[in-house]
Design a protein around this ligand. Sequence first.
Ligand SMILES: Cc1ncc(COP(=O)(O)O)c(C=O)c1O
Length: 307
Amino acid sequence: MTSPDVPRPEAPGPESVLHPRLPSPVQEVTDDRFARHGVRLLLKRDDLIHPDLIGNKWRKLAPNLRAAAGRPLLTFGGAYSNHLRATAAAGRLLGLETVGVVRGQELADRPLNPSLARCAADGMRLCFVDRSLYRRKAEPEALAGILRAADAEGAYVVPEGGSNALAVRGCRVLGEELRGRADVIAVACGTGGTLAGLAAGLAPGQRALGIPVLKGDFLTADTAALQTRAFGARRGRWTLDTRFHFGGYARVPAELQDFAQDFESRHDLPVERLYVAKLLYGLVALTAEGAFPRGTTLAAVITGRPF
Ligand SMILES: Cc1ncc(COP(=O)(O)O)c(C=O)c1O
């Protein structure tokens, strides 16, 4: 029996088990739509960090996996959530129990879609909750009810999209890796957690640009709030351009689909449609508008890969 006074050896961290490729590679691409405006385009290939914990998922989950210290992990997402899939994969790879709380009670009676089927195959226990309860999941009483119903009261809870203070601090390293590499660093935004961390890690003189994929004007306040929770105050220079959501989350009209296919064939880059395509489209449009002075080096963070 281990005496309580004897410190237990630390469990191996996710890094030592999962071997992430860090810092992620930076790749320059030649694209006339940027070159003719005197703009250099770099791709920060966070999609190559890990085959299952892709892009910002690694940066957000790794510190939470450490903090969970072996407890079951419970988190939230929609039916096609990249974050749920990454959490389930982390559970399989690290031997952790995972519980996914899925938005939409009605989905419980239907066959699992490919994304949720992957979660289940990775051992994630799925709990479907109705949309009004799901909206209230951050309220302590609603959360306690969800944990009880999921029989997961001792679980380590990660919020939707994985964006808590630890995750935002994890994303700061992304900014640190890009110090001295670019003038403007652009990233697609859902919750704003990746942008919040990225901006905090950049050097003075660099700035971050967020392209929200959801419709609405809430993200400036949300990103500032995430920075305050993670660092005590707003950090770094960052702005949002809210014009490139294409109608809202998961909307991929034909024009965006065509753009993404064309970018893939030009640059041999698999373009994730819900976030990365909107980012790259926005950067081409902003460059055409003259938003970046000649001589600007622009880095686009490739936060995901098509599923
Ligand atoms: C591929 C991809 N890119 C970007 C984001 C946006 O990250 P955040 O929620 O930190 O803004 C997500 C979020 O899930 C994502 O899956």
